[in-house]
Design a protein around this ligand. Structure first.
Ligand code: PMV
Length: 345
């Protein structure tokens, strides 16, 4: 740092991806990002977006995994920086450096972890001492699911009923250590196509055209409460049955949209069939499947059942990678790397 010049305001944050067990799919207010229904997710361990925001100078620069970004990805980052600047009364530019320790567009939602990390690092760098709830609301403006990645463990994002969105908040329901035996067995597929339609556009197509959308929205609150009860009691068959019911409801409104939104591939359908057969043999759900707007599958089960699940999937062609992930902590600010004191080297 040059002598006499104040340090540039900067902060670094890390945020994890999350997978929704009750899906967010459709907004009642596009400007405020207010969803039609509440959602419920598990924050995943191990994978992280790490983002450093440094204010100063003119113009905004955004690098993802070391590569300068332009167009839509940069515009989304600039929009969030604009919100931060407006709240903090700043007008300077910012440098945003973000890296993911998992492949972008690998089926693990990098938009959730990316916008959560940006919201946390950006607000801190700008000197805003915001509560996690407030940072979560900022993250929501980048990507709805990002609002949940601020929190660890099992997270509920309440849709709220107010027009101003003040009751639309994400909050932790159970911490990451609540259910040590629960795992997400992620199957990443070789044949997964890249997204043809952005989620924000796709979900509004469903709202406008899927005949069963209103029914789904009406059903979700009861399903969500039942799911929270199952997690509280660590009732595995109860949870897995509800996870499947919800995933099928989500997929149904996607597939009956006009034109249809078809996210699964032949491999993902084979995996779902194998899981259904495994559950039928067991006489109760021992695995709960879910997927987002993509073909990769998240198979929730107990650590003790992973062997049986692996055996049930034996011989399925097209699985590129399998990961066993547990619930993990939420986003956090990372202390700047300590510099050795002057003269120590
Ligand atoms: O947060 P977005 O705009 O990328 O949309 C997420 C939509 C789903 O992943 C399908 C569901 C969810 O709640 O995460």
């Amino acid at each position: 740092m040059a002598a006499g010049r104040p340090p540039e305001p900067a902060a670094t944050a890390e945020a994890p991806p999350n997978i929704a067990l009750i899906k967010y799919w459709g907004v009642r207010d596009e400007v405020l990002g207010l969803p039609y229904n509440s959602s419920f997710s598990v924050t995943l361990e191990r994978f992280r977006s790490r983002t450093r925001v440094t204010f100063g100078g003119d113009g905004d620069r955004f690098r993802l995994n070391g590569v300068p970004q332009s167009g839509k990805p940069r515009e989304a980052v600039v929009r969030m920086l604009d919100r931060i600047r407006a709240a903090a009364g700043r007008s300077d530019g910012a440098r945003v450096d973000s890296t993911n320790n998992f492949p972008t567009a690998s089926g693990l939602a990098s938009s959730a972890s990316g916008f959560a990390a940006l919201a946390l690092a950006g607000s801190a760098a700008a000197g805003l001492r915001w509560s996690t709830r407030r940072v979560s609301a900022l993250a929501r403006s980048g990507s709805g699911s990002a609002s949940r990645s601020l929190f660890g463990g099992f997270v509920q994002w309440d849709a709220g009923v107010r027009d101003d969105g003040r009751d639309c908040i994400a909050r932790s329901r159970f911490g990451p250590d609540h259910w040590p035996g629960l795992v997400d067995y992620v199957t990443l597929l070789a044949d997964a196509p890249t997204k043809a339609v952005r989620s924000s556009v796709a979900m509004q197509r469903t709202v406008a055209t899927a005949p069963g959308y209103a029914r789904r929205v009406a059903e979700v609150p009861e399903r969500l409460e039942a799911m929270v009860r199952a997690v509280r009691r660590r009732d595995a068959p109860g949870l897995f049955g509800l996870v499947i019911e919800e995933c099928d409801s989500f997929r149904n409104v996607c597939e009956t949209s006009d034109p249809p939104l078809d996210y699964l591939t032949r491999t993902s359908r084979t995996i779902l069939d194998r899981v259904r057969a495994l559950n039928a043999r067991a006489g109760e759900p021992v695995v709960g499947y879910t997927h987002d707007a993509g073909a990769h599958l998240h198979l929730f089960t107990l650590a003790g059942e992973v062997g049986a699940l692996r055996a049930a999937l034996r011989g399925v062609p097209g699985i590129r990678q399998r990961l066993v992930l547990r619930p993990g902590p939420g986003a956090r600010l990372v202390a700047p790397t300590a510099r050795p004191p002057r003269g120590s080297r």
